[in-house]
Ligand binder design. Structure first.
Ligand SMILES: Nc1ncnc2c1ncn2[C@@H]1O[C@H](COP(=O)(O)OP(=O)(O)OP(=O)(O)O)[C@@H](O)[C@H]1O
Ligand SMILES: [Mg+2]
Length: 509
């Protein structure tokens, strides 16, 4: 702890009597990059919120360069050079990149009494460090999520950058964007910044961290080496023999060898589907019963809009969607559910979580018809249905009556998946469903999905993690500027093949 740039000393924090952190002492030295891992609900976010001034500890202290500090807001921590990079950062979309970095600085007056509107030297330098010097005057609303993360880095960097905390930044980034982020992280570390990197993607750790702190149930339980096999890290996190499969590749092979439904005829058929804004054009494909198919493409490929059209969030301009040969109209997410199409997104902040709902209501929201069948709207049926799916999805909640927003990020995500599964859709559409979900939870979901397919359902899966695509899916459809340009079958489905199919396209075939 001595020599730490920033440290927590004996910190405890409870929410409504439930202890989220118990007497935690933790510090990071200048130029040190430390991974912070633990299962969903272990206390990682609570700890970093305390270090970055977003939460106050019930007891214990935060120290900056060995001196106790009392942050009253994230801004106070930022002024000390403590910045946090979230998946989505709290920036002001209508302000420019430069204005966001300079937000909170007092403007000086010139001798003539004018406000000095020149950019501060430190701001421009910080934006150059992350490679955004050419976007100073671009509104933040017009830049990508990846660039917004870079703005958040520059904001802390311009204030001295003592500690930079990364909370699963790559969960929303493409592989190319992630690689750039790793490069920025390494340059920050080399320049003497202390770094905390929170992730559930254990394979990233050797690239970004030299040491790992493992949390479990609100306590620090181990220090580990990033090169430890994933299985050992998972065991440290779980506190018992790893429930994950020994070997992810073997587990994937087993899932693929799952028994197929007797009838594998097309379940979902998409014919000539076109978007009114041209995001995708004339898309045709079919999912057979038992199929798990991925849609893959760069950010401008139209994958997002196509998924939105199939799940009822965006009205296509032409074409049709059929289930079991019958044309269905999915004019809204509710309409999609009624037609047998379920949807879940990893973007739970924007789509899905209804703040004041309990965990239980969240889980049964899409299946109220089933719960209230025979007019037994009884809370017993509701609770039974909810608890079955919450358990299957490994949601860890103090009680199912608590508010969904009081759950840790990964547990909220699992609850949304439980809600989708509880409605028993015939076609399951997943958009980055494992964002923020711990290793064991991910494996559980893959198994649940495989089981649905054995029963004859079909799955459409997109993910920012291409490795996940290769372990979960039977087939991938690659989109390029709005059209399907390649289909990659199971035998050729590798990360390399997916990467090259996305990039090696020419404009005029
Ligand atoms: N605002 C809150 N109100 C009530 N309980 C909370 C609140 N925030 C966190 N908790 C509880 O504190 C515990 C730790 O949550 P925390 O968000 O720190 O976990 P985490 O390690 O970040 O998990 P994840 O990997 O899912 O993000 C959990 O039991 C969670 O339910
Ligand atoms: Mg968290």
């Amino acid at each position: 702890m001595t020599g730490s740039a920033v440290a927590a000393r004996g910190v405890s924090k409870a929410f409504n009597g439930v202890l989220a952190l118990r007497d935690v002492s933790f510090g990071v030295a200048p130029g040190e990059a430390r991974g912070l891992i633990g299962e969903n609900g272990a206390g990682k976010s609570t700890l970093i919120k305390i270090l970055s001034g977003a939460l106050r500890p019930d007891s214990g202290t935060v120290e900056v360069a060995g001196e106790p500090v009392h942050f009253t807001s994230p801004h106070g921590a930022l002024e000390q050079g403590i910045g946090t990079v979230h998946q989505r950062n709290f920036l002001v979309p209508s302000l420019t990149v430069l204005e966001n970095v300079e937000l909170g600085y007092e403007r000086q007056r010139t001798p003539l009494g004018w406000l000095d509107r020149r950019p501060r030297e430190g701001s421009v330098e910080a934006l150059a460090f992350v490679g955004l010097e050419h976007r100073l005057q671009t509104p933040v609303g017009a830049i990508s999520l990846a660039d917004r993360q870079l703005v958040a880095i520059a904001r802390a960097l311009s204030r001295g950058s003592r500690l930079m905390i990364f909370d699963e930044p790559t969960a929303v980034l493409s592989p190319v964007e992630s690689a750039y982020m790793f490069d920025v992280i390494e340059r920050l570390r080399a320049a003497g910044t202390a770094l905390i990197y929170v992730t559930h993607r254990l394979e990233e750790l050797p690239r970004v961290a030299a040491a790992i702190t493992v949390m479990r149930d609100g306590e620090i339980v181990a220090d580990a080496d990033p090169s430890l096999p994933a299985r050992d890290l998972v065991e440290l996190m779980a506190g018992h023999d790893a429930v994950v499969h020994e070997d992810a590749q073997r587990a994937a092979a087993q899932r693929r060898a799952r028994s197929r439904p007797a009838d594998t005829s097309p379940l979902l058929t998409v014919n000539g589907l076109s978007d009114r804004d041209g995001a995708f054009r004339d898309v045709d494909f079919a999912l057979g019963r038992g199929d798990i198919v991925s849609l893959v493409g760069l950010p401008d490929s139209g994958v997002t809009q196509l998924v939105a059209a199939i799940s009822g969030a965006r009205r296509p301009h032409a074409g049709e969607i059929r289930i079991d040969g019958r044309r269905v109209s999915v004019r809204s997410p509710r309409g999609a559910i009624r037609s047998g199409i379920g949807y879940v997104s990893g973007d739970r902040g924007q789509k899905g979580v209804i703040p004041n709902f309990s965990v239980r209501r969240t889980a049964t929201l899409s299946s109220l018809d089933r719960v209230s069948r025979f007019s037994v709207i009884g809370p017993a049926a509701d609770a039974r249905l909810a608890s079955r799916f919450l358990e299957q999805c490994q949601v860890r909640a103090a009680s199912s009556g608590m508010s969904i927003t009081a759950l840790s990020g990964g547990n909220q995500q699992k609850a949304l998946v439980a809600r989708m599964l509880a409605a028993e859709p015939r076609v399951l559409v997943f958009e980055d469903p494992t964002a923020g979900v711990d290793v064991a939870g991910r494996e559980a979901l893959y198994d649940l999905v495989a089981a649905c397919c054995e029963r004859g359902h079909a799955v459409l899966w997109t993910s920012s993690d291409l490795r996940e695509v290769t372990t979960v899916c039977d087939r991938a459809l690659v989109l390029w500027r709005g059209t399907v340009v390649r289909e990659i079958d199971r035998d050729d489905l590798t990360v390399r093949a997916l990467m090259s199919a996305q990039f090696n396209q020419t404009d005029t075939p």
